[in-house]
Write a protein that binds this ligand. Sequence first.
Ligand code: URP
Ligand code: ZN
Ligand code: ZN
Ligand code: ZN
Length: 467
Amino acid sequence: MQLDTIIKGGTIVTATDRFEADIGIEGGRIAVLARNLEDAPEIIDAAGLLVMPGGIDSHVHLDQPGSPGIVMADNFETGTRSAAIGGNTTVLPFCLQAKGQTLREAITEYERKAEGNCYVDVAFHLIISDPTPQVLGQELPALIEEGYTSIKIFMTYDDLVLRDREILEVLDVARRHGALVMVHAEGYDTIRFLTDQLEREGKTAPFFHGPSRPVAVEREATHRAISLAEIVGTDIMVVHVSNRQAMEEIRRAQQRGLAIYGETCPQYLVLTEKDMDRTGMEGSKYVCSPPPRDTDSQLACWEGLQQGVFEVFSSDHCPYRYEDEAGKTNTKGKTSFRYVPNGIPGIATRMPILFSEGVGRGRISLNRFVALTSTNHAKRYGLYPRKGTIAVGSDADLVLWDDKKKVTITHKLLQDGCDYTPYEGIEVTGWPVRTIMKGRTVMEDGVVQKRKSGKQLKRTLPRTKVF
Ligand code: URP
Ligand code: ZN
Ligand code: ZN
Ligand code: ZN
């Protein structure tokens, strides 16, 4: 065996283990794990560092068109560059079906945008906004067979909302073909009702984004989504859960033996509704959906991560520039929070925030950190064991982590296409110092290599057991 690269002297951490070993890499894959490996053209010194599976962020939006005139701040190049800065080696963005478009047209469009432009590997989820008989009967089953094994659906937003009947139909196709449906659980009519009411009262500042979609809106939709999944007899992933009541809906379903999975995100651990309460449009920098809540909601999200109610921790990176005609403040003379595009950036800050606030403060173990940021994403979305672990035969996708490095988060470090970070000024301990994908360094000490060797991954059905 002629190794290409040896990663020497680090502490290897997986979702289940922690041990000292060198990693021998050959042809982009892990060839051997052993002590005292020698003899390779490239030796990377990992002494004093943690060596973990590269991050997998299974919820990111890149180059996705918003409402007319609104442009996403990251394309595949800038988004995956920032992902590499944050220790990620795989991201799962969404391929959005516009109304009237076939799924095949949507996929062709997104794959063209991604091709040759990615620093890390990518695999697409589908967003279905137009579940025509053709989509449900022919396209979707064929695409699931091809490896597009996860589908996001929305219970709100004018351009995306599905009626309950349509949700049932999508869930049923997913059940029959073994795909997983990710649900954005917020109720359409309740949000419309409250938004109209707030506007009539002149409550239009970004802060009122929160009151337009209170906890009950999310809890009701979460309960309904779970009920619909139960009626069809299939699994769902409830994404971006923000609060205790929604978390408890999922926990109750799990306790009843249903295969309901949960995801939460950094914004629900470290931001609150108070962040949206700033002068002028400044609060729009924190407008995402569901909105950040209160400190008890943060505690509930931690509980969900600790107790296994949530199995994945994703960024929901969905960046819009602040100082930009086509971004957060593009209200075209319309000043209501209603027109602020929903979503915030976070692809680079996801792992450092969970590490510092979670592992650093004793809330989660190092193994749980790896499960939540990498392994469980690979298992749930059909990429395991090629991705998400450190094992012989797996892709050599690794992050070298300095668990003592102190960093004050500031936008300039993140190298994304946005013009701010909602986490500006937050101090973290623990930072990715090197990102290695398929055996080659993508990022070292904040410098991203020029080569864009990220590829589109084929996935299997998401059926591996997650813990
Ligand atoms: O506010 C958010 N989360 N925007 C991104 C789209 C979504 O719903 O995930
Ligand atoms: Zn099938
Ligand atoms: Zn969503
Ligand atoms: Zn999202």
